[in-house]
Design a protein around this ligand. Structure first.
Ligand code: IMP
Length: 191
């Protein structure tokens, strides 16, 4: 048995079967839906070479699966924006921490997001990138919480509508935990 260094108290060593989590969307349902989204993007972008921009960190798992379901030549890049910190509610402040490696001018951008919540992050990114002379911009988000919206944002490719609950897994975290879960779960209690 490997001796696991415990750096925090009360760390539950099983993240996958954490009793404090309730499964909201199974790994199978996620994978089926992403295949459909990929087919839709493949049809919509036929003849073009879209630039998929992953909004770090939460969207990285979704991004990895989504690009493998798109049957087109494409390019990828990553952007990091200031996030919620260790709480569960948005402060409303958005700042780019890591920008794209190459200019977005003339490109067909698809922002890849884990979840559309208040809409503040994506509305900021849309405004910022429209000023950069992109050819087109669309948004693909795995999850959508319509009840929490503060700013209207058009979602071109949507995985699932979910209720106003704090969710984790499949890239989404609670204080950096649970990103490695293969499913989307709701935190009922933190162990
Ligand atoms: P928005 O700017 O409020 O739309 O927030 C978008 C970001 O907030 C997402 O990319 C997530 O990083 C984070 N977020 C919003 N809701 C949740 C949640 O339920 N679980 C984990 N992260 C969330």
């Amino acid at each position: 048995m490997i001796a696991f260094p415990m750096t925090e108290k009360n760390v539950n060593l099983s993240e996958f079967n954490d009793p404090g989590l309730e499964v909201l969307i199974t790994a199978e349902a996620i994978s089926k839906r992403i295949a459909e989204m990929g087919e839709q993007i493949t049809r919509d972008y036929a003849g073009r070479r879209p630039l998929l921009v992953c909004v770090l960190k939460g969207a990285m798992v979704f991004m990895a699966d989504l690009i493998r379901s798109i049957d087109l030549p494409l390019a990828i890049d990553f952007i990091a924006v200031s996030s919620y910190g260790s709480g569960t509610r948005s402060t409303g402040e958005v700042k780019i921490i890591k920008d794209l490696d190459a200019p977005a001018e003339g490109r067909d951008l698809i922002f890849v997001e884990d979840i559309l919540d208040t809409g503040l992050t994506l509305s900021y990114l849309l405004e910022n990138f429209r000023a950069r002379g992109t050819s087109s911009i669309t948004i693909a988000a795995l999850l959508n919480k319509p009840d929490r919206r503060k700013v209207e944002v058009h979602l071109d490719y949507k995985g699932f509508d979910i209720p106003d609950e704090f969710v984790v897994g499949y890239g989404l975290d609670f204080d950096e935990r649970y990103r490695n879960l293969p499913y989307i779960g709701v935190v009922r209690s933190v162990g």
